[in-house]
Design a protein around this ligand. Structure first.
Ligand code: ACO
Length: 349
């Protein structure tokens, strides 16, 4: 059976970074609370007028360049986002066209923060088909569009204006999630490999819609209330943060143990645990429960916040470029997110 190998990676973080102090201009929060509860210090936001496909394009171009490939070498695009440019079509077809891959099949995944794990499993299966040799896996998010504040000038401190009492109240009511998300894109080119023992060794994926209401944007196509029927709150994120936190800390260690058992390796054999960056405290608790050294679970949440489907490819790119990722290593990708969707994928790179 052919396996897969990572041939190239890229990332793109738009514009300037916005600090916790910047956010305190638009909602009732402070740097100390955000740092202590989440580990986040700053994040980037997608520019006005742009979306996930715009952020994805430079990340994909960088991934292709690092693999020494041209757009025509790509046989499939898997696009992961919970903030697509449009309700339809998906963002995969948009980035494919802009990249010069028009005609190449493109599929959007809707598994939010855990989407990259699904992409790796599907890529692994696709690469075993004749004719598919290289797949571009992209994670890109433009959460800025749904942030509960609107006025960038106030956020940036370039005006003396203050938010109206209504704007301040709305943004502050949603401060639990309004401070954690950031925007960016990461891309990974995976290639078929005939080398024995490389590629996806095991997958442990789960989805349970029973808890969907704990983390969702309720607006949608429900008949009679298209896009929420005018209720502004329904187009914003609803998150029971504490419950999500508890579930993540409970389910992720179990998943990592299960994936290692399936592959016949010990948890301590894994070189890197490349975890979704939702909250530093979640990842610290997962390390503790697994009894692994925190250094084996790298973090960049301080700089980027939670970029949902983009956290894992952004981190992969950073680690590949600074030399931490080396051929032959065993890596475990793990994530928990809305749906709930969660799990882990074990890859020999
Ligand atoms: N600034 C200041 N105070 C705040 C803020 C803020 N940004 N947000 C909440 N608070 C206050 C609350 O009002 C509350 O105050 P009170 O005690 O006076 O009532 C207090 O802080 C505690 O609020 P909690 O919501 O209980 O805070 P918690 O410690 O749970 O932290 C957080 C909130 C950071 C959201 C945490 O629950 C978390 O990270 N949960 C997991 C989120 C996650 O993983 N999401 C999944 C990924 S996203 C995806 O898949 C789409």
């Amino acid at each position: 059976m052919p396996g897969l190998t990572i041939a190239g990676t890229g990332r793109y973080l738009p514009g300037r970074a916005y600090t916790n102090h910047d956010l305190a201009r638009v909602l009732d929060t402070n740097d100390e609370w955000i740092r202590q509860r989440t580990g986040i210090v700053q994040r980037h936001y997608c520019p006005v007028g742009q979306g996930a496909a715009d952020l994805a394009l430079p990340a994909c171009q960088e991934a292709l360049a690092s693999a020494g490939l041209e757009p025509r070498d790509i046989d499939f695009i898997l696009f992961n986002t919970m903030t697509p440019d449009h309700l339809f079509p998906g963002s995969g077809t948009l980035v494919g066209a802009r990249l010069g891959c028009a005609g190449v099949p493109a599929l959007d995944f809707r598994a939010q923060c855990a989407a990259m794990l699904y992409s790796f499993q599907v890529a692994d299966a696709l690469l075993s088909r004749d004719g598919i040799r290289r797949i571009l896996i992209v994670g890109a998010e433009a959460h800025a569009a749904l942030m509960p504040w609107l006025d960038r000038e106030i956020l940036e401190g370039t005006t003396q204006r203050k938010p109206s009492p209504e704007a301040w109240e709305l943004a502050s009511r949603h401060r639990g999630w309004g401070v954690v998300f950031g925007d960016g894109a990461g891309a990974v080119v995976v290639e078929r490999s005939e080398e024995q023992g490389t590629g996806v060794l095991a997958v442990d994926l789960h989805s349970d819609g029973n808890d969907a209401a704990q983390l969702c944007i309720p607006a949608g196509f429900r008949v009679g209330s298209y896009l929420g029927g005018g209720d502004p709150d329904s187009t914003l994120i609803h998150m029971q943060g504490r419950e999500v936190f508890k579930q993540a800390v409970l389910r992720l260690p179990r998943s990592v143990e299960a994936v290692c058992e399936t592959a016949g390796v010990r948890v301590s054999d894994v070189d890197w645990f490349i975890a979704h960056q939702a909250n530093q405290r979640i990842n610290d608790a997962v390390c503790e429960r697994l009894g692994i050294r925190p250094e084996t679970m790298p973090s960049n949440i301080e700089r980027y916040g939670n970029t949902s489907a983009a956290t894992i490819p952004i981190l992969l790119d950073e680690m590949r470029r600074d030399g931490r990722l080396q051929r032959g290593q065993l890596i475990c990708l793990l994530a928990f997110g809305a749906g709930f969707h969660w799990g882990s994928v074990l890859v020999r790179i």
